[in-house]
Design a protein around this ligand. Structure first.
Ligand code: PBG
Length: 326
């Protein structure tokens, strides 16, 4: 085996042209998905204090924001709705004139070419803040499935291009697939939050989406952060039930999971660079402790290197601008 001085690793690092030729992983704006919060009953965009730069949008001005990010080349948005009325069964989640249904219609009318992905989960719509219906103090799996598939169907009927169930009930991908197929939507893909971990990194999102559980936590349905083999089982089940894209969430503490899923399946993989990952970087950057642009590009490149095809990130507009400058 040859080694130093014959081999000199620094030869291909001498300048940017050389480095670019040997670069193994690339980040492109085509791979980015931007999450957006649409809130009922507000007239002006409202900043989320724990997520600097991220807003809740009124339905009347969300179109402007979608137009802005579409001009930056971002192909897709992931929508979350925040209703003004919540109840035990999350009725506004599947109401035909609900906030999210109105938002989808508005966005598809104004920016028809932007892909609209919708988060399918009851937690923003239930008074108790859990992702399904409560029976005897716990989230009831099978009774939640019917509501989730009604919700997914109502999103597609309003114009959503892809539905993304994030509730972590067993069997939801299959149930949603059948409901869509039965109603003539056999071409609508499902992006399944397959390996979604019960994470402290969702903290800022819960302020943004007003979806903090009013009792207990989500550990009886979201995954234990300690489990990797179980993540692969979740992925296998979602594939068997008809998922078209697999998601791993959060991203930064779960790069090994992204890699293992990549090595074990052939489906496209999405990674969700979640709210807490965003806010940590923002806070450190605002303190002058890190170089935001450099750190964000490094993090997203790392997520791609781990094996993700696409990344859902609150940094998408910034990254789109930086990529253009490069
Ligand atoms: C809904 C949902 C959550 C996130 C996406 N969909 C919150 C949760 O499960 O508590 C988190 C996204 C983020 O933190 O950016 N269930």
């Amino acid at each position: 085996m040859t080694s130093f001085p014959t081999v000199r690793m620094r030869r291909t690092r001498q300048n940017e042209k050389l480095r670019s030729l040997v670069r193994e992983t690339r980040l492109s704006v085509d791979q980015l998905i931007y999450p957006l919060f649409i809130a009922e009953g507000i007239s002006e965009p409202r900043e989320i204090s724990s997520m600097p730069g991220i807003m809740q949008w009124p339905v009347d001005s969300v179109g402007r924001e979608v137009e802005r990010i579409t001009h930056l080349g971002i192909p897709a948005v992931l929508l979350f709705g925040i209703p003004s009325e919540k109840d035990e069964v999350g009725s506004q989640a599947y109401a035909s004139k609900g906030i999210i249904q109105q938002g989808i219609q508005r966005i598809k009318a104004e920016s028809p070419d932007t892909l609209v992905i919708t988060d399918v989960c009851l937690c923003e719509y239930t008074s108790h803040g859990h992702c399904g219906v409560i029976r005897n103090g716990d989230v009831h799996n099978d009774e939640s499935l019917g509501l989730l598939s009604r919700m997914a169907l109502s999103h597609v009927e309003a114009g959503a291009d892809i539905v993304a169930p994030s509730d972590m009930m067993d069997g939801r991908v299959g149930t949603i697939r059948s409901a869509l197929d039965e109603h003539g939507h056999s071409q609508t893909p499902i992006m399944a939050y397959s390996a979604k971990f019960a994470s402290g990194f969702y903290g800022p999102f819960r302020e943004a989406a007003e979806s903090t559980p009013q009792f207990g936590d989500r550990r009886s349905y979201q995954m234990d952060p300690a489990n990797a083999r179980e993540a692969l089982r979740e992925v296998d089940l979602d594939i068997a039930e008809g998922a078209d894209v697999i998601m791993v969430k959060p991203a930064m503490p779960y790069l090994d999971i992204i890699r293992q899923v990549r090595d074990n399946c052939d489906l496209p993989i999405a990674a969700y660079n979640v709210s807490g990952e965003y806010s940590m970087i923002k806070a450190a950057a605002q303190n002058g402790w890190i170089d935001e642009r450099r750190v964000v590009m490094e993090v997203l490149t790392g997520i791609r290197r781990a094996g993700a095809d696409m990344i859902i990130t609150y940094f998408a507009p910034d990254v789109a601008g930086w990529l253009e400058e490069e």
